[in-house]
Design a binder for this molecule. Structure first.
Ligand SMILES: [Zn+2]
Length: 354
């Protein structure tokens, strides 16, 4: 019976550690990528890591081309230009080197062209580094869509630690969001009989606990803390790969962040917004929202609208509009719909606005 078939997409190799980028050559050899590779990267991230990848693979005898994405806010056009490059060059593998956006362009374009994809993140700002999902402006939806799981992930802490700390703190916000996203998932199962898998939810939830329990390690220039975060974000990607859906990792706190992306003139980083959303959604769920707030503060992640430079009015509006972003996704906001007045109270009560 079709409904009993559950398909999971997971990476085959995950390498985390200082200097792990140097393993790209042997990794490609082991996987049979011996002829031709295409690197998709940004201008700066190509210099930070892409060029090294190219040199190593060329010394292994591969033909290597790069496609540099120059726009800072990538769109569907960048995916299409990448697809054209793939069609033209016919690489055996696409290697995404860069921050979240460049990884997502590589992920989507390679998936559309049926070419395997290797993820080499240069920041740890959100959980897309090992997941099969991608979000890009110009796709039909304001939230992430299914693309494909990376066949391998290389997270070189020596490179990522050089990225601005703001990205790392943001990644912690995306990981801690699993406290409420998993609650929303369970709630949806109870109320609407939506498919729910406790095992998968536990993996996602563990990521949030991993950050909370080790938050004292997470600070600028801490390799140990960065490793904790990467473990958490990779587990989130695995949870989504197992679920075949972003459900375990994306609940009401994500709907709030997606709404802010649409409403605010200058949205903040995805993980920053999700972290603040988690404080408020934890309150609605009756969870220990102070623990979320204190953990984010200890890490150095923003916990107020002011810290992310967003006017209180947009926070309130995003809370009210959040459930309309994805009406089919049942969350605590479906259970307890917020009026403008109640949204303002919630944001004030949790210290997000004053
Ligand atoms: Zn996220």
């Amino acid at each position: 019976m079709r409904s009993h078939v559950h398909r999971m997409q997971l990476p085959r190799e995950i390498i985390v550690g200082s200097g792990s980028l140097d393993l790209i050559g042997s990794l490609c050899m082991d996987m049979g990528f011996t002829k031709r590779a295409l690197i998709i990267s940004g201008k700066r991230t190509f210099e930070v890591a892409g060029r090294r990848v190219k040199d190593i693979l060329q010394s292994e005898g591969l033909k290597v081309d790069e496609h540099i994405i120059s726009s800072s806010a990538p769109t569907i056009d960048d995916v299409e230009s990448s697809e054209n490059k793939i069609r033209l060059l016919k690489p055996q593998v696409v290697i995404g080197v860069g921050g979240g956006a460049k990884i997502d362009i590589a992920k989507v374009s390679s998936a559309r062209q049926n070419i395997p994809f290797i993820s080499i993140p240069t920041t740890a700002s959100h959980d897309g580094i090992a997941s099969p999902f991608a979000s890009l402006k110009g796709l039909s939806k304001p939230y992430s869509v299914m693309a494909q799981s990376p066949i391998a992930v290389i997270a070189d802490t020596k490179i990522i630690i050089e990225s601005p700390y703001r990205f790392t703190a943001s990644g912690c916000g995306d990981a801690i969001a699993k406290l409420t996203s998993t609650r929303d998932w369970k709630l949806a199962h109870e109320r609407t009989n939506e498919y729910y898998a406790q095992y998968t939810a536990s993996i996602a939830l563990m990521s949030a606990h991993h950050i909370i329990e080790n938050s004292h390690l997470i600070r600028p220039n801490s390799e140990e803390g960065l490793r904790v975060l990467l473990e958490a974000l990779i587990s989130c990607g695995i949870a989504m790969g197992i679920a075949g859906s972003s459900r375990p990792c994306s609940g009401s706190e994500h709907l709030f962040s997606h709404a802010l992306d649409l409403i605010a003139p200058r949205p903040a980083l995805h993980g920053e917004q999700c972290g603040i959303g988690t404080i408020m959604m934890a309150y609605l769920h009756g969870l220990d929202w102070n623990l979320v707030r204190n953990t984010l503060q200890r890490i150095g992640a923003p916990v107020t609208a002011e810290e992310i430079g967003i006017e209180p009015e947009y926070i309130v509006e995003a809370l009210v509009k959040a459930p309309t972003i994805r009406p089919e996704r049942y969350t605590i906001l479906s259970e307890k719909p917020l009026t403008y007045e109640r949204a303002r109270e919630l944001a004030r009560e949790t210290g997000v606005i004053s």
